[in-house]
Design a protein. Sequence first.
Length: 180
Amino acid sequence: MKKLSLVLVIVYLFTVMPASLAVSEEVKIGYIDTVKIFANFSETITAEETYKKEVANWKKKAEEMEAEIAQMREELQSQSLMLSETKITEKKLVMDQTIKEYREYMQEIFSENGEAARRNKELTDPIVEKINKVIAEIAEEEGYTIVLDAAQGTVLYGKDSIDLTEKTLERLKKEYTTVQ
């Protein structure tokens, strides 16, 4: 959907707007590479490290729960000949409850709206705001009408002279590295 919207904006820029802008202003287009910016901006690197540690802890807990379930299954199988039907039923109920808790945990943490997704958003949203702010500042200062994102596949070709990625990174480092 984003690509379709962007294509429509570009078509508009190159068909409708030039006629109306011919009188008022020149269209100036630049582009950035958000992948490169994210890979080289210190706050993004720090946030990614934090997120990876938290995910590792969640995965460790999930693995512990999986191991507990596997052990319960193994015990049930190895002891099934020695246990009464009542004891087998009890052990199956306990195991079923543990499996249910494991599934709920996985859903709570790793689902689309789970804790991992919320935490990722919490860590990245402020960074994205800073990046967008700097891009908007550079675009305003240098008179760009539109700035595209090469990482989103919207730029098939662009001269280096209109690539704002390095300027954006430099300004981000200058404005936000010393703040921490």
